[in-house]
Design a protein around this ligand. Structure first.
Ligand code: COA
Length: 343
């Protein structure tokens, strides 16, 4: 049987560090380091420079992942790009990444298909299911999955936007999935969604049911009110559903693979809020040392949190060949998912 194994990981975070105090000092946000750390565990996050987009961050992460896999970008059969902060409304960021990888001209020319995934914080899990299915079906041999975000450029960094803006940061993670006869790799992915909560965490930007879809003045300039322009969130509702769905998704993954908690070496959970993950871990009796975090350094990098976590854990030796790991994420939609991977 063909398995989808991860042969390369990579990550990139922009150099600019923005501490909680910087949000107060530089942006005048009424908040405090104590408030943010107590409720989320976040100390600082990274913000990309003006002119740098999600495909740029994704490029750096991809270069590391492809080198780690020992392949060239032109060896890829498919690019899957998960983000909530794409370059543009359309086309998706995948084609921009393909171009930046040098696949559209010269000796490396290869018209690798590109697919964008719009599942926010669970984008990496949704992408993992697509990549695994493409490989297991024999359709493709090598699939790149990137999660990359430049969310900071679309955050309301004033006090009005603090509930959302204090949580998110920029970064990218990438993995290469390859077809293999080895008895390891992705054992399964379990996904879910509940669209009745679609507006609880969203960034509408426009309403396509309206004609025109944004208000346009006599000069043809569109006007978007802040309530549509920036993401908004009912934090308590998200928190409540996140702990239930994450715990349920993990239990499903364990049940489907007949794994016990002891069989799982690491739980790589989406980094939305340290308290959410600690709560889930305590409810399921998962020891803290099996639940790595980097939210204190990067905040919530949405589709990028899990691949960044994997890439860092692989490099610092936390994640080793032969381990069985569980992934889980929950986010806007609501959408969620879990996976079991034998590394
Ligand atoms: N600094 C200071 N005060 C803040 C703040 C900030 N960064 N953000 C919100 N507040 C204020 C609110 O305006 C509110 O003030 P009010 O009572 O005067 O209206 C007050 O704090 C309490 O807000 P509340 O939402 O009830 O706080 P909370 O204890 O639920 O914590 C979150 C807020 C966002 C930290 C928490 O709900 C949470 O983490 N939810 C999950 C979010 C998440 O994971 N999102 C991503 C999912 S992928």
């Amino acid at each position: 049987m063909v398995n989808a194994i991860i042969t390369g990981t990579g990550f990139y975070v922009p150099p600019r560090v923005v501490t909680n105090d910087d949000l107060v000092r530089e942006h005048g946000m009424e908040t405090s380091d104590e408030w943010i750390q107590q409720r989320t565990g976040i100390r600082e996050r990274r913000f990309a420079a003006d002119g740098v987009g999600s495909a740029d961050l994704g490029l750096a992460a991809t270069e590391m992942a492809v080198a780690d896999a020992g392949i060239e970008p032109r060896d890829l059969d498919m690019i899957i790009f998960a983000t909530l902060s794409p370059e543009h409304c359309f086309p998706g960021s995948g084609v921009y990444l393909q171009d930046k990888l040098g696949l559209t001209a010269g000796d490396a020319l290869r018209y690798v298909p590109c697919l964008d995934i719009r599942n926010q914080c669970s984008g990496f899990l949704y992408g993992t299911q697509v990549a695994t299915a493409l490989i297991r079906s024999g359709q493709h041999k090598r699939v790149l999955l990137v999660g990359a975000e430049t969310h900071s450029h679309a955050l309301d960094l004033s006090t009005r936007g603090r509930t959302v803006a204090s949580l998110f940061g920029d970064g990218a993670g990438a993995v290469v999935f390859e077809a293999s006869e080895e008895d390891r790799g992705v054992r399964g992915v379990w996904l879910g969604a509940d669209g009745s909560h679609a507006d609880v965490l969203s960034q509408p930007l426009w309403d396509i049911s309206r004609f025109p879809f944004v208000e346009v003045d006599e000069q043809g300039v569109g006007h978007i009110p802040p309530s549509m322009l920036f993401a908004h969130m009912d934090g308590r509702t998200v928190f409540k559903h996140a702990v239930i769905k994450l715990a349920g998704a993990l239990m499903q993954a364990l049940g489907e693979t007949r794994s016990t908690l002891e069989d799982i070496d690491l739980f790589m959970l989406h980094q939305a809020n340290k308290r959410i993950n600690e709560y889930v871990a305590s409810k399921l009796n998962i020891p803290a040392h099996k639940v790595p975090h980097n939210i204190e350094r990067y905040g919530n990098t949405t589709a990028a949190t899990i691949p960044i976590l994997l890439a860092e854990a692989q490099r610092d030796g936390t994640l080793q060949r032969g381990m069985r790991i569980a992934l889980a994420a929950f986010g806007s939609g609501f959408t969620w998912g879990s996976a079991i991977i034998d590394w």
